[in-house]
Design a protein around this ligand. Sequence first.
Ligand SMILES: Cc1cc2nc3c(=O)[nH]c(=O)nc-3n(C[C@H](O)[C@H](O)[C@H](O)COP(=O)(O)OP(=O)(O)OC[C@H]3O[C@@H](n4cnc5c(N)ncnc54)[C@H](O)[C@@H]3O)c2cc1C
Length: 283
Amino acid sequence: MLSGPGVSFELFPPKTPQGMEKLLAALGDLASLSPRFVSVTSGAGGSGREEETISAVRAVMTASGLPVMPHMTCVGRTEDELLDVLRGYHEIGVKNILALRGDRKADAPAPRPSGHDLHAIDLIRIVNRHFGEHFCVGGSAYIEPHPESLGRDRDFHYMKEKQEAGMAFAVTQLFFENRLYYDYLDACARHGIDMPILPGIFTITDGAWIREFSATHRVTIPPALRSALDRHDGDGEAIRRIGLDHTLAQVRDLAAHGVRHLHIYTMNRSENPRIIWQAFTNA
Ligand SMILES: Cc1cc2nc3c(=O)[nH]c(=O)nc-3n(C[C@H](O)[C@H](O)[C@H](O)COP(=O)(O)OP(=O)(O)OC[C@H]3O[C@@H](n4cnc5c(N)ncnc54)[C@H](O)[C@@H]3O)c2cc1C
């Protein structure tokens, strides 16, 4: 799925029929860029929103014929519940899964007394134990430590463990500082982690949202980018331009460093992903 240069797109499951129409319109445009696959995010923490993901996966597969990779989260779920979802994906011909822990929602039921809360590695093992090589399983990578990280050495230990459990590739949390990505790849190599780690590319369109996200998810906004966002606070058009300019500089630099695959967070839109992909391939 990942040999040679390529692009993949992340979509999210819409909540309304109008949202689905928009998604399918964007998908038509994105499909013309020949992505390797498209992924569809999922709810987590026992939020019961898996149905939205499953129906979006079906719709995207039917409309585009592209390989679709559902995100699956396991926190707050039992092995039987996960197997039900996996069987459903198996039946409709899904071949790729992004296996994640997810985050427990505040209003989700408490963990079952009998079991521990699952980690992504548990889901990877469940998929491989029950479905062998039918599914190609990916997972997350945090080039900046996850907020719950107990230290960098532990992070690499768990990442290596996930690789040994059958995780074939990773997609990174969004980032705005390429140096952190290159350093992370070097550190992975030193720890024997040799799976492809696809850069997750996100374009800022909302200053307030990204400030909040970067604080809670510990994602660095480089000082020059932050002050540009601050200077134009409230000017939506300027923020969108600053965000896109930053992404274009980022992907040109990634191309110059030999990166060959982008995973673009689309927010169910095609305009920016198209511009970004063109800049990357022309760099
Ligand atoms: C590319 C990408 C896509 C995402 N898509 C979604 C989505 O669709 N829906 C959603 O709800 N969330 C999504 N998330 C968010 C993700 O679910 C959360 O960040 C969650 O907090 C961690 O999930 P994980 O799969 O990284 O967990 P894990 O790999 O389980 O790691 C979580 C934490 O636990 C530690 N850890 C890992 N393994 C073990 C272990 N065996 N024992 C003890 N500690 C361990 C890790 O070091 C880390 O600190 C996504 C994240 C990324 C990067």
